[in-house]
Write a protein that binds this ligand. Structure first.
Ligand code: NDP
Length: 290
């Protein structure tokens, strides 16, 4: 309910947006940040400033962390001693799956339960309509706090292994970042002939939509290992990948991305997948040694 107190530690753009979402919904919010001045505006809006991390952790059962990485969590929580016992730490910081698993053990040793979260929208969208957050950790803890956490975004619980939310977060950002880099690269490619990026944009949008339409069918093939030729085989697609490298080289632009793509095709051909569907790339990507 709106009476549930929450503590937010870490007041970068994301933490500030989370505090804002809780204040808007009437929750008592305690905040702490290494650089104290970043709390000023939130305190003026009704948040309570904790003078120390210990005070912040004591203020609420639910302790939300929004930090640059998991290393910052240790810097801050190492100083709070017994205060962690019985707390639920919701860490919404990005890091590797392994760092996430370690943190779960470190907190369990101190009597605290870790819920791992990955927020899937930028700060201005936190608490809004399209916001969602991947979570992993104890299902019972998730259930107990689901409603309170929904203020940040729709909770999307992925399972008990603490690393899962981190994996899902990074899978989503991988697709996002690679797609954006590919567009920047394509813009540089046509740009080498004097074409402006704005002219390319609607065409690339169409290609993104075409690729999006292929995901479900492709994932079914990944899942069962069915790579029979479906009209887009590795030799044909690989030749195109090679032409993109050649075109990029001639244009004098960066080669890293097209070379990485071409490498997938080369290795699929070397593994005997030349006449299979491009979906066989999945095999050389997931087991590069074979
Ligand atoms: P910032 O990196 O701007 O802020 C992070 C916070 O971490 C600051 O409050 C900073 O304190 C604190 N911090 C960093 N290192 C330490 C340390 N060693 N000891 C104590 N405090 C420390 O992050 P954002 O708010 O942008 O993001 C937070 C997390 O959310 C990140 O993991 C990010 O990947 C993720 N995220 C960000 C999105 C975005 O659009 N920004 C979108 C989705 C997720 P101080 O103020 O003192 O420097």
């Amino acid at each position: 309910s709106a009476n549930t107190p929450v503590t937010v530690i870490g007041l970068g753009p994301m933490g500030q947006a989370m505090v804002g979402a809780y204040l808007d919904r009437g929750h008592p919010v305690t905040v702490w940040n290494r650089t104290a001045s970043r709390a000023d505006e939130l305190v003026a809006r009704g948040a309570t400033r904790a003078e120390t991390p210990t005070e912040a952790v004591r203020a609420s059962e639910l302790v939300i962390l929004s930090l640059t990485h998991y290393g910052a969590m240790y810097d801050i929580l190492d100083t709070v001693g017994d205060a962690l016992a019985g707390r639920v730490v919701v860490n919404l910081s990005s890091d590797t799956p392994e760092a996430t698993r370690e943190a779960s053990g470190w907190l369990a040793d101190r009597g605290a339960d870790l819920l791992v979260g990955g927020v899937m929208v930028p700060a201005p969208m936190v608490g809004g309509e399209g916001a969602y957050v991947f979570y992993s950790g104890s299902a019972a803890t998730m259930d107990a706090h689901r409603q309170t956490l929904a203020a940040i975004g729709r909770p999307d619980y992925r399972g008990e292994d603490p690393a899962l939310a981190q994996l899902w977060y990074q899978a989503q950002l991988e697709v996002f970042l690679t797609a954006l880099s590919s567009f920047a690269h394509a813009a540089a490619l046509v740009g080498s002939a004097g074409v402006c990026a704005a002219e390319l944009a609607p065409y690339s949008a169409e290609t993104f939509a075409l690729a999006a339409g292929m995901l479900q069918e492709s994932s079914n093939r990944f899942d069962v290992g069915d790579h029979r030729d479906d009209g887009a085989n590795v030799i044909m697609m690989g030749a195109t990948a090679d032409h993109i490298v050649g075109a990029s080289r001639a244009a004098g632009i960066d080669l890293a991305l097209p070379l990485a793509v071409k490498d997938h095709y080369d290795r699929a051909i070397a593994a005997g997948h030349g006449r299979d569907s491009w979906t066989s790339l999945f095999e050389v990507i997931r087991k590069p040694g074979e």
